[in-house]
Design a protein around this ligand. Structure first.
Ligand SMILES: *Cc1c(COP(=O)(O)O)cnc(C)c1O
Length: 363
């Protein structure tokens, strides 16, 4: 990746001198299983409903800053009031705003890596110190005891359930303990919660944990990564903070209209999510039956696998099979690991067959 020019390094804020422009290294491929998107078409009727509301949305007016109609629908969905919901331009914006508001110089964020790399990136942008309690090297699960101990002196915590890229979900009882242990705010990133078994969604804790912020997104289960819509659910005074620091027009009129239509039709997504869950189990069984592959169970729409020559396998999947998966082998603790998004049955068959063929050749 390109570094900043020497001239710019001298001009940006000192703590930003080391940043690099984001280069997604985007390669168009036939099958893209690299970003945990939902690769299924939108359920019947949803696309038509979205097209209808988009066509009817005037573009000359600024958006409703707090996405009122969408906010009400999301609140009704989750059994809270509109005062408990703030919508963002993707979950990423809300994660950034969380660090902007509650982090900063002299504050410490606790995370449990390997986890979503954006947390540490946003911490660095906002000059928030980071403390880590690493996951178990073998199981990749959170060290609950050590995390609870560290949380007592952290200013804020972000945990992920199900976690990207390890796939495990956190018991709700642990999240409750974490909220009690931490004197500051606790962000629970539930970007993949719709793919998890019943009983993992921690929304029921909001009434008893006033420092809990839960993040959801339409980018994964709801197949709309392109519209950029996420939301947080939290105590009303915490939502006031998100409302105060946000860029007022970050959620545009087309996003608000499309997200509202999708949220109203959320039940139509249940069969797709069920299909992805069953494909996930089918893929896991297939991968586990190959002794050259180590795979971890997952509550998300992706599987983490460890293979020899992971980077070569990833490159050959892309170059010889036009299949894109994500290489995590350079991440500490994830040596040899690739993350494969669960796609359609046809996509999954292709990636399984290609992986097996490449493992045969690399052996
Ligand atoms: C995808 C993802 C998000 C949110 O993504 P957006 O597209 O910005 O809504 C948040 N957290 C994790 C762990 C994710 O993988």
């Amino acid at each position: 990746m390109a570094e900043l020019s020497e001239r710019m390094r001298a001009l940006v804020q000192p703590h930003l001198a080391g940043i690099e422009p984001y280069d997604p290294n985007f390669t168009p491929t036939r099958i893209n299983l690299s970003a945990n998107e939902n690769t299924y078409p939108l359920p019947d009727g949803v696309r038509a409903a979205i097209d209808g509301v988009l066509a009817a949305t005037p573009l000359n007016r600024y958006p409703d800053p707090m996405s009122g109609a969408l906010r009400d629908e999301l609140a009704a969905w989750h059994g809270v009031t509109r005062e408990n919901v703030c919508v963002g331009n993707g979950g990423d914006e809300l994660l950034y705003n969380f660090l902007l508001a509650f982090g900063g110089q002299g504050r410490t964020l606790l995370v449990c890596p390997p986890c979503f790399s954006e947390y540490e990136f946003f911490a660095s942008l906002t000059q928030t110190s980071v403390r880590t309690v690493r996951r178990d090297r073998k199981t990749l699960r959170v060290d609950e005891k050590a995390t609870l101990a560290a949380a007592q002196t952290a200013d804020l915590v972000i945990v992920t359930s199900p976690n990207n890229p390890t796939g495990d979900a956190l018991p709700v009882s642990f999240v409750a303990q974490l909220c009690r242990a931490c004197p500051g705010m606790v962000m629970l990133d539930e970007a993949y919660i719709e793919f998890a078994d019943a009983g993992y969604d921690a929304c029921g804790l909001l009434a008893s944990c006033p420092n809990l912020v839960i993040l959801h997104t339409l980018s994964k289960a709801f197949g709309e990564a392109g519209i950029r819509c996420g939301y947080v659910i939290a105590a009303a005074d915490a939502i006031d903070v998100f409302a105060a620091v946000r860029q007022i027009y970050s959620v545009n009129v087309l996003t608000q209209a499309a997200a509202l239509a999708a949220a109203q039709m959320r039940d139509a997504f249940v069969p797709v999510v069920e299909k992805i869950r069953s494909e996930r189990e089918r893929m896991l069984a297939a991968l586990e039956s190959d002794e050259r592959v180590q795979a971890w169970p997952s509550q998300g729409n992706f599987l983490l696998v460890r293979v020899d020559e992971a980077s070569a396998i990833r490159r050959r999947l892309r170059d010889e099979h036009s299949i894109l998966v994500r290489d995590f082998s350079a991440v500490p603790g994830l040596e040899g690991c690739l993350r494969i998004t669960v796609g359609t049955p046809e996509e999954n068959d292709e990636v399984l067959a290609a992986l097996e063929a490449l493992l045969d050749e690399e052996a």
